[in-house]
Structures are given as C-alpha cells and as structure tokens.
Design a protein around this ligand. Structure first.
Ligand code: ATP
Ligand code: MG
Length: 424
C-alpha cells in the first residue's frame, strides 16, 4: 500500500534534529524571562476576521498567504500566520491590561502561511514572538533590540546584523505617502505587478519587494526618514542614543518597512547574508494603534518575531549537531539478570539517571553495539554469575576500563556520576 506523505511545506522535526530546537527554545525562554516576559499560549486557529483586522487587508499575508477555511458550522477560521494579533486578542479578551501599567508576553509555536516552499521558507514554520503593551517611550524599543542581540549571542549565532528604521506616525506618513506616490508614478511602468498594485493601495510596501529590478528603481526614492514630524524624529534619536549606550551594534536602513500594516515609528530586522533570499531572521517594531483597533484600550505596543527554521539553518552551518545520549546502558545476560536489570533501570530513571536497557534478551555483543551507538558513557553488565554474587560490572566507555561494584550501591554510584555531570 502506498504510504501517506506529509503536506508540502510542512516538516517533521526528527529526533536527530530536535537538539537544535531544544537548545534555541531553552535559550529563548531564559533570555525572555530574564527581561520580564511571561509566556502565553494561544490557539493555532482564530476567527479569520482577527487577522484581516490585525495584520491588514492589503498585506501579502492576508491577500495571498492565509490558511483560511470554513468550518462545519460555517464560521470562517484561519490558521495563525503570526502571533501578534492572537496575543492582542487574548490581552483584551481577558482584561489583562487592568492589573498593571505595562505587560510583557512571549509565545513560541507553529505559524502557517501558504507560500512557495523553498529553503528557509515553509508553510508551517515556527516563531519566537514577544510583545510589550503599555509603554510608549523609546527605552523599550531599544531594550527589545538589545534583548534580540543578546538572544542571538546566547543561541550561538554570529555574523548577523541589526537594521533599524522608523516609519513615523500616521501624521508624517500621510505627507510622505503623497511624495512617494508621485515618485512611483513618475518612474512609469517598470515595477513588478505586485508593486504596480501596491503603488495604489499601500505604496510604502514597495520597499518590501524582493524583485531586483524594483529595488533598483527604488534606489533614488525619497525616504520617510527625511519627512518625520518633530515627535517622531526625537523618538528615533532617543532609540539610537539608548542603543549606543547599551553597546548594541546597529545600522540605519531606510528599506526596513516590514510586512504588516500596523507598524509605526521604530522598525527593525535581524539580517544575515548566509541564507540566500531568505535574509531576514526576525523583525519587529512599534504598533501603537493596533490594540485600540482590535477593540482594546488605547495602549502603545512593541513586538518582534523570529523564525526558528532560519536559526536552525544558521546553526547547522557553523556548529556540530547537539546529540543526546543516556548516561548509562544496562546490559544483561540470562532471564533472571534481565528481570533484575529491568527493575534497577526503572530505579535509576526515577533518580534522574538517563538509562537504556535491553528488553529482548539479545547477545552481549549486540547489546554492546547498541550501547556504543546510543553514546552511553557507562555500561552496566549483569550476568547470572554476577547476580548470584550480588555484583555488577561497570564499564567506562571512554577509558574502556571495567570495575566490579556491589549491586546494592549502583543507584548511589550512578546518581553521583550524574550529579558530577552538572557540577564537575
Ligand atoms: P520574509 O520577508 O522572509 O517573507 P516576513 O517579513 O514575511 O519574512 P515576518 O512576518 O516578519 O516575516 O516573520 C518574522 C520571521 O519569521 C521572519 O524573519 C522569518 O525568520 C520567519 N518566517 C516568516 N515566514 C516564514 C516562512 N514561510 N517560513 C519560515 N520562516 C518564516
Ligand atoms: Mg513573508
């Protein structure tokens, strides 16, 4: 019979790769919690309307990439393409804003976008996402970018750069939009189909275009950074000043406009040149109007999202794969010895010692092969003779030396070895 395959663009993460993921997730949790973020977990499906309102009708995500479907009740739902809208919804729905002036949340999990699958671009992918509500000053913008840089360092990724920009506020953007529209129409019809449409619906988005000829035409485009109002200019300068004092390296890049409608003022991306066209590892910025537009209080907001698949691709380029191996393999010979080994293995596991065993009564040779493959540092060998003498052999797989222990002491001995692994 033909076997069923996974959905295109949706990947399995197999045990041999999962070490990368666990390492990244552990580093992310540690850094985010240090900075006062608290985890929130929201459903993977939401009402379609939430994303249309929260991301923007004329964005790539909502126009082309949404996994939207009608469920059995006739309700329109969508698999979440990003986490911000869901976190805002939960924050408003549960009235979380009432208990403190500001809040920091994070979420790690799968997102879904119907894109053309390629290296670094999938239909189910994973993000680390962080959001802050209730702070409108430049300090939190700078702190978030500083935190993202620290996160990269803790994950073990080097050679990425932080690009920052400002999108101004609706006031200065309105002025700029007209200036940009005029520039785009003066340039004629050389833009791609998408940009021709963006020119009418959402002109700023042209800077997000990945088509080379569009980027070339835009080289001489007027820049928003030269059309900022006084408040927006002061905010941006203060953000830069904080970053400099924090010692966080960055470059100002006027092309960082981000894909979502609701961004304003500070925007940023973490960029690499080692993943081809998939150059953005993560990005974020300020989106002060969104919470109010989704029916919540009028609070300021800043957030970022980072793609785990791209982080894993980068780690694979420069690091050796993390492997997980048990501390101990319990080999046995004979039915009685196997029954004792089975019971003692459970006791070892109960005490926190990672242990593997032989369940099948295989030959000692085949058990030793399995032990070697598992990467176990120690092998316990229990035969019928040893069992009769209440003894067991302990083999150190690294030094290839063996010693005999009283059977009654192995729990303590291995527990001590396990503890030394963490405090050598
Ligand atoms: P891109 O410009 O590469 O399409 P984006 O602007 O759509 O990225 P965001 O919405 O900012 O991406 O999401 C933040 C991060 O999530 C990205 O920088 C990337 O690392 C990751 N990401 C986004 N879409 C995908 C995808 N389809 N597959 C894998 N990772 C993704
Ligand atoms: Mg995209």
């Amino acid at each position: 019979m033909e076997a069923v395959q996974a959905v295109r663009g949706m990947n399995d993460i197999l045990p041999e790769q999962v070490g990368w993921w666990q390492g990244i997730e552990a580093a992310a949790r540690k850094v985010l919690e240090n900075f006062g973020y608290r985890e929130m977990r929201t459903p993977v499906a939401e009402k379609l309307e939430l994303f249309a309102r929260g991301i923007g009708e004329s964005t790539d995500i909502v126009e082309k990439e949404m996994y939207a479907f009608e469920d059995r009740n006739g309700d329109w739902l969508a698999l979440r393409p990003e986490a911000t809208a869901s976190i805002v919804r939960a924050y408003v729905q549960h009235g979380l804003h009432g208990d403190s002036s500001y809040h920091k949340f994070y979420q790690i999990g799968p997102m879904f976008r119907h894109e053309r699958p390629q290296k670094g671009r999938y239909r189910q992918f994973h993000q680390i996402d962080a959001e802050v509500f209730g702070l409108d000053g430049p300090m939190i913008d700078a702190e978030m970018m500083h935190m993202v840089s620290l996160l990269m360092e803790r994950i073990g990724i080097s050679g990425v750069s932080l690009n920052i920009n400002t999108l101004g506020c609706p006031k200065c953007r309105q002025v700029y939009r007209e200036v940009l529209k005029k520039f785009l129409s003066d340039k004629g019809d050389g833009f791609c189909e998408d940009c021709m449409r963006r020119r009418e619906t959402n002109p700023l988005r042209v800077f997000d275009c990945k088509v080379k000829s569009c980027a070339q035409l835009l080289e001489s485009a007027p820049q928003l950074i030269d059309h900022l109002c006084e408040d927006c200019r002061a905010h941006f300068e203060a953000v830069r000043d904080h970053l400099e004092k924090l010692g966080t390296p960055y470059a100002v890049n006027p092309r960082i406009v981000r894909g979502l409608d609701y961004y304003m003022r500070t925007t940023f991306e973490v960029i690499t040149d080692r993943l081809g066209a998939q150059s953005a590892i993560g990005g974020g910025g300020r989106y002060d109007g969104l919470v109010r537009d989704l029916g919540g209080p009028d609070v300021a907001a800043v957030g970022f999202a980072m793609g785990l698949e791209r982080l894993v691709l980068l780690l694979e380029q420069e690091k050796t794969k993390p492997v997980r191996s048990p501390l101990c393999f319990f080999a046995s010979l004979g039915d009685q010895a196997r029954a004792s080994a089975f019971l003692l293995s459970q006791k070892l596991r109960e005490r926190g010692v990672e242990t593997e065993i032989d369940y099948e009564g295989r030959s000692l040779k085949s058990q030793m092969r399995r032990a070697d493959k598992s990467g176990a540092k120690y092998v316990l060998i229990l035969g019928e003779d040893e069992l009769a003498r209440r003894e067991v052999q302990l083999r150190d797989m690294l030094t290839k030396t063996q010693r005999i222990l009283p059977l009654d002491t192995i729990l303590e001995t291995l527990e001590t070895i396990e503890a030394e692994k963490f405090n050598p």
